[in-house]
Design a protein around this ligand. Sequence first.
Ligand SMILES: *[C@@H]1O[C@H](CO)[C@@H](O)[C@H](O)[C@H]1NC(C)=O
Ligand SMILES: *[C@@H]1O[C@H](CO)[C@@H](O)[C@H](O)[C@H]1NC(C)=O
Ligand SMILES: *[C@@H]1O[C@H](CO)[C@@H](O)[C@H](O)[C@H]1NC(C)=O
Ligand SMILES: *[C@@H]1O[C@H](CO)[C@@H](O)[C@H](O)[C@H]1NC(C)=O
Length: 411
Amino acid sequence: MRAERTSFLLVLGLLLTGMCIVHCLPENVMVKDQRRRVDGHTLASSNTDFAFSLYKQLALENPNKNVIFSPLSVSIALAFLSLGARGSTLTEILEGLKFNLTEIQEKEIHQGFQHLLQTLNKPSNELQLSVGNAMFVQEELELLDKFIEDARVLYASGAFLTNFRNPEAAKSLINEYVKNKTHGKIEELFKYLSPNTVLVLVNYIYFKAQWKTRFDPKHTQQAEFHVSKNKTVEVPMMTLGLETPYFQDEELGCTLVELTYTSNDSALLILPDEGKMQDLEAKLNPETLTRWRKSLQPRRIHELYLPKFSIKSDYVLNDILSQLGIKKIFASPDLSGIIETGDLVVSQVVHSAALDVDEEGTEGAAATGISMERTFLRITVRFDRPFLIAIVLKDTQSIIFLGKVTNPSQV
Ligand SMILES: *[C@@H]1O[C@H](CO)[C@@H](O)[C@H](O)[C@H]1NC(C)=O
Ligand SMILES: *[C@@H]1O[C@H](CO)[C@@H](O)[C@H](O)[C@H]1NC(C)=O
Ligand SMILES: *[C@@H]1O[C@H](CO)[C@@H](O)[C@H](O)[C@H]1NC(C)=O
Ligand SMILES: *[C@@H]1O[C@H](CO)[C@@H](O)[C@H](O)[C@H]1NC(C)=O
């Protein structure tokens, strides 16, 4: 089996979480009324749309590199931030997350995420999955009660008082928190934190699942992986024969294999025809995914070869989010839903993800961090040209001096 580039695998990580939403939500959610069902679908399709848009930007900016990220983690973190955004800052975030605000209201979006978090965190014997949020708050920053309450109820987020004046200690507090929640897989979400930071929002995801049909480690052998036309590397290649959903997509020029976990969640592996990776990447969109889901049919695959791999990525998403239309948060946002004065600005949106695929199954973890600083209204006035001066006595309002300074160097 040949692969054009290493990055064919990358789609897996992307879809892992993407698929889980598509899959788990409408089926496993205890839907009480029709209205909620519609919201679940809208949420999933917007999240998938955002996932592919973010993938395209990341792939474009990291040519010939492995790409792995959790679109769900980024979506949740930004939706969490949007709780505190107002006006065009709010609209920009929600539209950037691909929500169509004529079809879904802000409140429904938050409820959708609340429901999603509850669903994903339901204990299961077959799957380890945890998704959560937290915020780290500078000691004297007065968060609005409504924000604290909404963060707790809708995003299940607690708040940790933090002293960012000691940025090294604050950074290690946050990084240790994330490391713990991701079972040691994400060790350093923030590489840097400014001492001006006053608020950090964090989302984390941890996922571990076993293949329904495991690979036998005895059959794993070193084999060639074709990174490009003139570059080949040796990788541990797992192999297996099984019956599993399969689809040969003539239209897009790729082969799809869906591998199922014991939990019935699945990984979708997409192998573009030789030289067709870029064409395929350009055509990734929610409709493609829907078409694939409909077309996958169980087939006997006599020999499936899949490399065993561990990939990791760290990103600072500020520029990429700006390209996806989420710009204001980095420049002059209205975050008056977080603190009364609203004078906060996002300094960094960082994301780290790791994915391990082996004979047993898949372990993946990701985290997103959003750091914010105060934008103290810094007014500068420079008396560097002729000016007037009046000295007024407070009690009597008498002007005791009045003058004009045209040249301070003149004696
Ligand atoms: C949003 O939804 C409305 C109504 O369904 C539709 O007319 C409009 O084209 C949609 N906008 C976008 C950007 O998809
Ligand atoms: C995470 O923290 C909890 C509570 O302090 C602890 O019991 C657990 O062992 C930690 N897990 C990891 C992976 O460090
Ligand atoms: C592969 O070939 C291309 C053009 O033929 C060349 O530019 C590139 O440097 C080669 N890469 C390696 C790793 O040899
Ligand atoms: C997975 O699906 C199979 C077949 O539909 C079903 O028998 C099994 O109980 C499901 N397992 C879980 C963990 O939901």
